[in-house]
Design a protein around this ligand. Structure first.
Ligand SMILES: Cc1cc2nc3c(=O)[nH]c(=O)nc-3n(C[C@H](O)[C@H](O)[C@H](O)COP(=O)(O)OP(=O)(O)OC[C@H]3O[C@@H](n4cnc5c(N)ncnc54)[C@H](O)[C@@H]3O)c2cc1C
Length: 407
């Protein structure tokens, strides 16, 4: 056995870090303060449903993640590439289908002629796709920083298209309501959506950290750990001082960068309200100041998410958006969600049962343009986690890979 390294935090960055350290011959002790591994990639079971902690997908387009995870072994299944967009109307809501025209040419073209937006905006989406697919990931992250909103405006998209399409989609991904996220992150995510699928593992999103954990051979895991960091080489574990070759922190403090929040509401329904396996975006979120960004029906993708004869409907509400509307309790969130969904789908929502309302307060990091500019600088040598790279599974894995490479 080699020298001892302590890794604190068993989210995917800490797990992947432990795996890489094992590969370098270190003896790894992994400390997790909660009762289970996985951090933010968590699922629970309730009344025969698998409830992920927040709507969460894997992107098969992520370059590092696709070498780390075996999507087949996790029985992952994809959403259709593209999205449905709904506009609530008094008599019958209007639904548009935006299939990815490069992968579903026919449906994509139908989307282009169905008057959701001008053909010019759709052409610009195609040009944007072409542009990001031709740019390497490294080049994306070395470009000059600007907000996603400014970038979309600079690409000529109309305000209406941004409000009705990009805001519900990327607001719901970045968990913010003004598209202020650095455009480099937007381009990276947009590129990954273009080159891969959004997939769900059969056993829920917690199957992802479990997959990593199962790869560990001799890491010693302590759950419910009470650990204090003294310095880069020393911990206090259960009131005892312990020395290590290195101590690695694989988490962010709540008071740190992890400030973006999200509400997730899960419903049980007798059947899926969607006819196709897309996520559904709310085109009214900006134009009518509505609450819901998007909904998904995970059981349409993975039947294991719901009992037979039931569907699981998962609603995403960006935390700061709810805050701006003055909605702050579970009861108000659930009531408002039901009200909006009834405007979308009518009476059938009366037959849905509320399963859970989750408020995830430390969901994603708020990273400034300056943070992105420093990604390749080794400023946090003994710290990994998505808050040190960018807020995604890929960012968490990459942060661990960078740290261990330099150890
Ligand atoms: C609702 C939601 C949806 C998301 N959707 C996506 C998505 O679709 N695609 C995507 O790519 N990414 C998504 N993400 C982001 C992704 O989940 C994170 O980037 C990733 O899980 C971060 O992993 P991590 O190891 O950096 O941090 P964490 O998962 O936060 O892990 C940190 C671990 O450290 C532990 N810990 C903290 N303090 C201590 C301490 N003092 N001692 C010991 N242990 C400690 C915590 O309990 C936790 O287990 C989403 C996140 C959320 C919340």
């Amino acid at each position: 056995m080699g020298e001892k390294v302590a890794v604190i935090g068993a989210g995917i960055s800490g797990l992947y870090c432990s795996y890489l350290l094992e590969g370098k011959g270190f003896e790894v002790e992994l400390f997790e303060k909660s009762a289970k591994i996985g951090g933010r990639m968590a699922s629970t079971e309730k009344s025969g449903f698998i409830l992920d902690q927040g709507f969460h997908v894997l992107q098969t387009g992520y370059p590092l993640a696709s070498t780390v995870f075996d999507y087949q072994a996790m029985n992952c299944r994809p959403f259709q590439p593209g999205a449905l967009v709904i506009e609530a109307r008094p008599r019958k809501s209007k639904i548009w289908c935006f299939a990815d025209p490069f992968r579903r040419p026919l449906t994509g073209m139908m989307g282009a002629i169905n008057l959701f937006t001008s053909p010019l905006n759709l052409l610009r989406v195609g040009l944007l796709r072409w542009h990001v697919m031709r740019t390497s990931d490294e080049d994306i992250f070395t470009q000059t920083g600007q907000t996603t909103l400014d970038f979309l405006i600079s690409r000529g998209f109309s305000k209406s298209f941004i409000d009705r399409f990009f805001s519900p989609l990327f607001g719901g991904i970045f968990l913010e309501s003004s598209l202020r996220t650095d455009a480099r992150m937007f381009k990276f995510v947009f590129k990954n959506m273009s080159r891969g699928d959004m997939v769900l593992p059969e056993q829920g999103i917690s199957a992802v950290p479990k997959f990593l954990f199962d790869k560990l051979e001799n890491t010693k895991l302590t759950l419910k750990a009470d650990v204090k960091i003294v310095n880069d080489n020393e911990l206090i574990v259960d009131n005892k001082h312990q020395k290590y070759f290195r101590v690695i922190k694989a988490y962010d403090e709540i008071a740190g960068k992890m400030t973006r929040s999200v509400w997730t509401v899960h419903f049980s329904a007798p059947k899926s309200p969607l006819k196709q396996k897309f996520i559904m975006l709310n085109s009214n979120i900006k134009t009518q100041n509505k609450l819901i960004s998007h909904i998904a029906v995970p059981s349409d993708i993975q039947p294991s998410y719901a009992p037979v004869d039931k569907s699981l409907i998962t609603v995403t509400i960006v935390g700061e958006h709810a805050d701006k509307k003055g909605i702050s309790s579970e009861g108000e969130i659930a009531r408002s969600a039901v009200e909006e969904l009834t405007e979308w789908f009518g009476e059938e929502v009366g037959g849905w049962n509320l399963l859970d309302v989750q408020h995830i307060t430390a969901a994603l990091p708020e990273l400034s343009s300056n943070d992105f500019d420093n990604i390749d600088v080794n400023k946090q040598f003994l710290e990994c986690g998505d808050h040190t790279y960018h807020g995604s599974v890929e960012g968490a894995l990459k942060s661990a890979a960078k740290l261990v490479k330099n150890l």
